[in-house]
Design a protein around this ligand. Structure first.
Ligand code: GUN
Length: 286
């Protein structure tokens, strides 16, 4: 039987509606709306598209968005200065620095300059540490979205064999931690893993986040597995996931499409984290 589709577009839209309702309620009660500042340095076309989409989603949910588009030649000190201003700005509850930053800027140092209470991406070392010990403040948006998809699709994680392919700080590592904290048995694979298929074969939950088009094929997947495809690879102008959809869907129990799977969840969770930052900062429920 072909796999059931996990509809990230619909699940993401439901979360955005929940956030919009909470914001509308706060504003109707006479409070200021939440605010998200998005900082983008350089000309990376995909990053410009992502930031535009994030700003539009904010506005649709009633969240004020402040876009800071800086030239690629921006200095480390200049960018750190902007972050210091945003950290102090009372109208800004949430800050995201779109990654990757242009060469010459030290991303780790930049992320360390964010106020952890406004770091809705969860990339500040304090927030990374909190996630590691199972006491997260902000969970990074894509991994949070993956867990939300699994939960809303009725997937049992306790005791499940979970395999994550890809060890990035943005997706692979935090996703592995979240699955571990939910009592899955987690294997984290990467580009140096020998015999990747031997690992993926065991997976009841398989997360493909390696950034390699169609890396995971049907022959590598256990019958009935839940497969989450985080890949966004543009090949000849077409968006391709890390999963070879046709062959994997023939074996999997559930699968996310690309586009329309994990992608819409990242923005939905950003809005949810922004609402959380606002609620914590204003000290009132939204
Ligand atoms: N670049 C790719 N994914 C992300 C993300 O989730 N947040 C930020 N800030 N940059 C990214």
């Amino acid at each position: 039987m072909p796999a059931r589709l996990i509809d990230g577009k619909a699940i993401g839209a439901a979360i955005r509606t929940e956030v919009a309702a909470a914001v509308a309620e706060a504003v109707a009660a006479g409070r200021r709306p939440p605010g998200l500042a998005a900082v983008l340095v350089g000309e990376h076309p995909a990053s410009h598209l992502y930031v535009r989409n994030k700003a539009r989603a904010c506005e649709e949910a009633g969240i004020r968005s402040f876009r800071h588009l800086l030239p690629a030649r921006t200095s480390q000190a200049g960018l750190e200065g902007l972050l210091a201003d945003l950290n102090r700005d009372e109208a800004v509850d949430a800050i995201l620095v779109q990654l990757p930053l242009p060469e010459g800027l030290d991303s780790r140092r930049i992320l360390g300059r964010l106020d952890p209470a406004k770091d809705v991406d969860g990339f500040h070392p304090e927030n990374v540490g909190r996630l590691t010990i199972g006491r997260p403040t902000f969970v990074p948006c894509t991994p949070a979205g993956i867990l939300e998809l699994l939960d809303r699709s009725g997937v049992e994680l306790r005791g499940a064999e979970a395999v994550v392919v890809g060890r990035s700080d943005l997706v692979g590592k935090p996703t592995a931690l979240l699955l571990l904290h939910r009592h899955a048995t987690v294997t984290l694979c990467h580009t140096r893993t020998k015999d990747l298929a031997a690992h993926t074969h065991r997976a009841q939950v398989l997360v493909a986040a390696a950034g390699r088009p169609r890396l995971v094929t049907g022959a590598m997947v256990r019958e009935g597995a839940v497969v989450i495809d985080v890949g966004i690879n543009r090949v000849d102008g077409v968006l391709i996931g890390d999963v070879d959809f046709a062959s994997v869907a023939a074996r999997a129990g559930q699968i996310t499409p690309v586009p329309g799977g994990v992608g819409p969840m990242t923005i939905a969770m950003l809005l949810k984290n922004t609402l959380l930052a606002y609620t914590r900062r204003t000290g009132q429920p939204a």
